[in-house]
Design a binder for this molecule. Structure first.
Ligand SMILES: [Ca+2]
Length: 248
């Protein structure tokens, strides 16, 4: 005769142990606690790589006032980041119609003479324009830049035309948001927030989500960018770290 109460007890014990085990697993998964830290940036501590940047005495803003299509102009952070949120305000007082934007995961160039470029680029052009047979489109473009760039043709093809080389090429366009109403406007302040993590980039400008891109993204510096564009001011810059990257 089978002892039914005994078997019941065994089944209950197995159920209890399996529940206890799964509780333990879920506790283990959520054991990382995140305490996000947001730091106001003193832009006097950032590094100029090409361009004529004027930094406010208190470090709260930076204006780039030179114009050239020979090289992109950069102002980059002193620190490298893996998971980072870069936020602030940008305003273009210029009557020009070209590109400004942001770089993330930057490892090069490290100086004005460095022709090796390695970063993720989020740029924004005011209007459609064709120059020397290359068309720069109005709107936003997100690219992985990784290779050597020199000479005016090279610069125009990639930093003006955003010509896609595909994965593994030196200018891999990840996503675009082009269109006749997508350009920036003169004398307009835009808030921006760019979250850059090991496996996702989220770009929000003026409260609008422009890109949410999954992928694999390297650690590096963050910064500001201009190409064939002057008189753009970045201000009230904050950097947030130690956040939960899965919340992005
Ligand atoms: Ca221009």
């Amino acid at each position: 005769m089978i002892n039914r109460p005994f078997i019941k007890k065994i089944i209950l014990l197995i159920l209890f142990l399996s529940c206890a085990k799964s509780d333990y697993s879920s506790l283990d998964d959520s054991s990382t606690t995140y305490n996000p830290v947001t730091t106001s940036q003193n832009l006097n501590n950032w590094t100029v790589i090409n361009g004529g940047w004027t930094i406010a005495g208190d470090g709260s803003s930076a204006t780039q006032s030179s114009h050239s299509s020979l090289k992109p102009f950069l102002l980059v952070s002193a620190t490298e980041y893996t998971n980072v949120i870069l936020s602030g305000t940008v305003n273009a007082s210029s009557s020009d119609d070209d590109m400004f934007g942001w770089v993330m995961g930057l490892n090069s160039p490290v100086s004005s003479s460095d022709t090796n470029y390695s970063f993720v680029l989020m740029d924004w052009k005011k209007a459609d324009q064709t120059s020397s047979g290359v068309t720069g489109r109005e709107g936003h473009c997100l690219s992985k830049v990784n290779g050597s760039f020199s000479g005016s043709t090279d610069m125009l093809d990639y930093f003006f035309g955003r010509t896609d080389t595909g994965i593994g090429g030196k200018f891999n366009v990840l996503n675009t948001n082009y269109g006749s109403s997508e350009g920036w406007s003169q004398n307009t302040s835009y808030t921006f927030e760019i979250a850059y993590t090991e496996n996702k980039i989220k770009v929000v400008i003026g409260g609008d989500t422009i890109f949410e891109e999954s992928g694999s993204f390297s650690s590096g510096k963050v910064g500001f960018y201009m190409y064939s564009q002057d008189d753009v001011t970045f201000s009230n810059i904050n950097i947030t770290t130690d956040f939960d990257p899965s919340s992005i």
